[in-house]
Design a protein around this ligand. Structure first.
Ligand SMILES: [Zn+2]
Length: 419
């Protein structure tokens, strides 16, 4: 009896020590850094990590083999600009009318949609008035309670009184909150930043420019914080090893943010020659968010509004070509939320339409995005020792970038979520 018990115990320990092994096999595998396609492609996954990558890897006894047929294996996609707490209808009053518990349920569903579309990591750029509820979402995903991408979260974003995200022009007696946390001046910025980190934020998002206009081909956007105020914010975040990312659409705000040392320029419609040079030199990427612009143009309230949005898109596309030519690093970010979660791989197609090669577009949403999120050497490429965040798409994405909109297999940290 005792002998049997010991044997069972031994087997249990032996099983616990050998992590579950899975071999993924597909027609192709893409090395996103070099652009090299390996055919066929195989990956040995042990536990939550990649153990081997190549045309033929070891098949340990007892390993599950998943044959994905005529597909290409690539690293899990990364969207560096999402809003889990928003759903379509951004121009409505959802952030005023919906309670934080209601919006948190919506965020959980959004996280699942994004994961199923192949996004295994994301940077959430603000809960838009749901405070630090994103802390609960990130932690629940990390504990395996709900399916979702790995998350870098910013809590509520930071904005001026009367700024880009404030509830301006409503009855002042209603005292409506802003969709971001108000902070005016350096001292308030420091206080708000400390509070957001206390509540669980991984980084800080600041609205550095206000409402944009394009009149007779001249793009204008007011700055919100001075360069000195941004420096104070970056220093305060840096004190605890964290960073600041900005919504910034044009000069002088974009240049001031880059000089202050932010981690990325989101939207980045218009950048001066000097700003582009510094972004290349300091590796501060632009996150163009074309998908949201296209959605708003397609769903504008009138013909005139739609035409105006298309003129802005054309202007942004022309500026993006200059940014590519200047060597500004690009990271994929869709601004999904105001348009349906799970559909944001459209951004990869638009980045190609506006000047990136298919490989550059894939890099923007894998290896470059991993670096921006501070997860380089852990995710973003398929290498031994990296976390097993892996997707498969039909055909070859370097021949047809639209393959990324048809992700048919999703693994995150060694667990299969879609097959
Ligand atoms: Zn956004």
């Amino acid at each position: 009896m005792r002998l049997i018990f010991t044997a069972i115990l031994f087997c249990t320990i032996a099983l616990a020590q050998a992590p579950k092994a899975t071999v993924l096999h597909a027609a192709r595998l893409l090395d996103v850094e070099s652009g090299k396609i390996t055919a066929p492609g195989e990956i040995l996954v042990q536990g939550d990590h990649i153990a081997e990558v190549g045309a033929k890897v070891n098949h340990p006894a007892g390993a599950e083999v998943i044959d994905l047929g005529d597909r290409t294996l690539l690293p899990g996609l990364i969207d560096a600009h999402v809003h889990l707490f928003l759903h379509p209808g951004a121009e409505d009053l959802q952030t005023v009318e919906e309670s934080v518990p209601q919006r948190t349920i919506i965020a959980l569903l959004a996280a699942k949609e994004d994961l199923m579309a192949g996004f295994t990591a994301e940077r959430d750029m603000g809960t838009e008035g749901a405070g630090s509820a994103d802390t609960a979402v990130r932690n629940a995903i990390n504990k395996g309670m709900i399916p979702g991408p790995r998350l870098r979260i910013s809590g509520n974003a930071v904005d001026l009184t009367g700024g880009h995200e404030d509830t301006n022009n409503f009855n002042p007696e209603e005292h409506l909150l802003s969709n971001a946390t108000r902070a005016d001046g350096a001292a308030e910025l420091v206080k708000v930043i400390r509070q957001q980190f206390k509540e669980g934020a991984d980084f800080i998002k600041i609205y550095e420019t206000g409402r944009d206009s394009l009149v007779n081909g001249v793009f204008k956007t007011p700055y919100q914080y001075t360069e000195e105020e941004l420096r104070v914010a970056v220093q305060e975040a840096g004190r605890v090893g964290k960073v600041v990312a900005v919504h910034a659409n044009g000069e002088p705000g974009t240049g001031w943010a880059v000089k202050a040392g932010v981690s990325s320029i989101d939207h980045g419609t218009q950048l001066s020659e000097e700003t582009m040079r510094m972004m290349k030199e300091k590796w501060i990427p632009v996150v163009p968010t074309f998908a949201i612009s296209e959605y708003f143009a397609d769903h504008a309230g009138s013909e005139a509004a739609s035409a105006s949005r298309r003129r802005s898109m054309a202007y942004h596309a022309a500026e993006f070509k200059k940014q590519i030519a200047a060597g500004v690093p690009v990271v994929m970010g869709s601004d999904v939320g105001p348009f349906p979660h799970g559909t944001q791989a459209r951004e990869f197609e638009l980045m190609v339409q506006y000047g990136l090669s298919p490989l550059q577009s894939v890099q923007a949403g894998t290896v470059n995005a991993a670096r921006l999120l501070g997860w380089e050497k852990q995710i973003g490429t398929l290498k031994a020792g990296y976390l097993a965040d892996i997707v498969a798409v039909p055909g070859n994405p370097l021949e047809n970038i639209s393959a990324l909109t048809k992700v048919s297999f999703v693994m995150k940290g060694g667990t299969v979520y879609k097959k």
